[in-house]
Design a protein around this ligand. Structure first.
Ligand SMILES: Cc1ncc(COP(=O)(O)O)c(C=O)c1O
Length: 393
């Protein structure tokens, strides 16, 4: 890894191939991927339908640029807009952060005033999206960022009301279920307050559905759980079936925000990713979404049943679930890895589960069993170290 920027700490695993819930190492060992490549692989690794669509498109062409129209772009855009049950237009990009950049440009073009973002919301790493990401530790080194951004506390309707009543607001960005911020959800009171003040104050509401959208939470968009009516929606992650694809959906009054040449991309939308997206969007139908809801409840209940004092809280919606743990997260990750299960830990001590949306109940049982065993082992290690330390003292 000598020639790669040290921004990641990958698992010590040489991947040979991956199928469904599993990754297979070159030495033959099997690992469970509990977070689907950070929520990207909605149908697990190497889904046949998605792969077939990619391959057949790839054989026709892999890139054409926006000087030519790929028919899959209009089809995918229509599917996304249809899911909002409103009028809209889509700008395709390559990632979540780019989808949010397009939303930011739209807000800046259409309204003047502060851009409100919330602590612990994550929107991306490029400078605009970083400016609205509610983690000061990620932003600090790169200041000054966008000057009009103001951070307000998560789920504090009074603070939000007081700020909105005293300032001119251009836009508000929300992440309804915090992915990076620890799987906490927006409160109904907060969502109601945002909608009430939006009516009076004319700001634009952007729902970041990059992680929580596309059926992940048991609704097509996670804002539907909370009665929000955003003007702009951003999606990415699962959209391209594993290939980079983001989308910014502009609705109703803002659907025509960008005129010719006001925004663009050389690569996006990639035709192969678009072919995959159309399969992904067809597969995320109402019956799958209903199953996501049921399986999510099942996963949460199974995690709650562990009940060994090593889990503080289990929370989340659909198959976007967090288990806040009481044990050393690094040790847990290490022991789980030894046990063949890859864990993703966010916000310090929250294990984030983002399994494939078509996971089976047996696979959920297997995840929970290995997770429980790993927790027990960490606890055993802790007790053993403490006992040997005490006997030496
Ligand atoms: C809610 C949310 N928004 C935006 C992003 C940024 O997406 P990307 O990493 O594709 O740029 C992420 C990534 O984790 C995310 O979870």
């Amino acid at each position: 890894m000598n020639h790669l920027c040290g921004v990641y700490r990958p698992f010590d695993l040489q991947i040979d191939y991956a199928r469904g819930l599993y990754l297979y190492a070159k030495d033959g060992k099997r690992f469970i991927d509990t977070f689907s490549g950070i929520g990207v692989l909605a149908f697990g690794h190497a889904d046949r339908d998605i792969e077939d669509a990619m391959i057949s498109k790839m054989k026709r062409y892999t890139h054409v640029s926006n000087f030519l129209l790929d028919e899959d772009a209009e089809i995918a855009a229509a599917k996304l807009v249809e899911r909002t049950r409103r009028q809209g237009r889509v700008f395709f990009s390559n990632s979540g952060t780019e989808a949010n950049e397009a939303a930011l440009k739209a807000v800046k073009k259409l309204r003047k005033g502060a851009i409100v973002a919330f602590e612990k919301d994550f929107h991306g790493r490029t400078l605009g999206s970083l400016s609205i990401t509610g983690f000061s530790n990620l932003r600090e080194q790169f200041n000054p960022l966008l000057p009009e951004v103001v951070f307000l506390p998560h789920n504090n309707p009074e603070a939000f009301r007081s700020f909105v009543e005293q300032n001119q607001i251009a836009g508000v960005f929300v992440e309804c279920l915090l992915g990076t911020g620890g799987l906490r959800q927006i409160s109904n009171n907060m969502a109601r307050t945002i909608m009430e003040l939006k009516e009076k104050n004319y700001f634009l509401l952007v729902a970041d559905e990059v992680q929580s959208g596309l059926g992940r939470t048991g609704r097509f968009f996670s804002y539907e759980h909370f009665g929000l009516k955003p003007d702009i929606i951003t999606v990415a992650k699962a959209l391209g079936g594993g290939l980079p694809l983001g989308a910014t959906i502009f609705l109703d009054q803002v659907m025509d925000v960008f005129k010719y040449s006001e925004h663009g991309s050389t690569f996006a939308p990639n035709p192969v990713a678009l072919a995959a997206a159309n399969v992904v969007l067809n597969k995320i139908d109402d019956s799958l979404i209903a199953q996501v809801k049921q399986k999510g409840e099942y996963l949460k209940n199974e995690l709650k049943f562990i009940n060994n004092g090593l889990i503080k809280e289990v929370r989340g919606l659909g198959l976007m679930v967090g288990a806040e743990i009481n044990v050393n997260p690094d040790l847990l990750k290490q022991i789980a890895f030894k046990n063949g299960i890859l864990l993703n830990i966010v916000d310090g001590n929250v294990v984030r589960f983002l399994p494939p949306l078509n996971i089976t109940y047996e696979e959920i049982d297997l995840i929970v069993e290995l997770f429980e065993n790993s927790l027990k082992e960490v606890d055993f290690e802790r007790n053993r170290t403490e006992t040997s330390f005490a006997s030496k003292a």
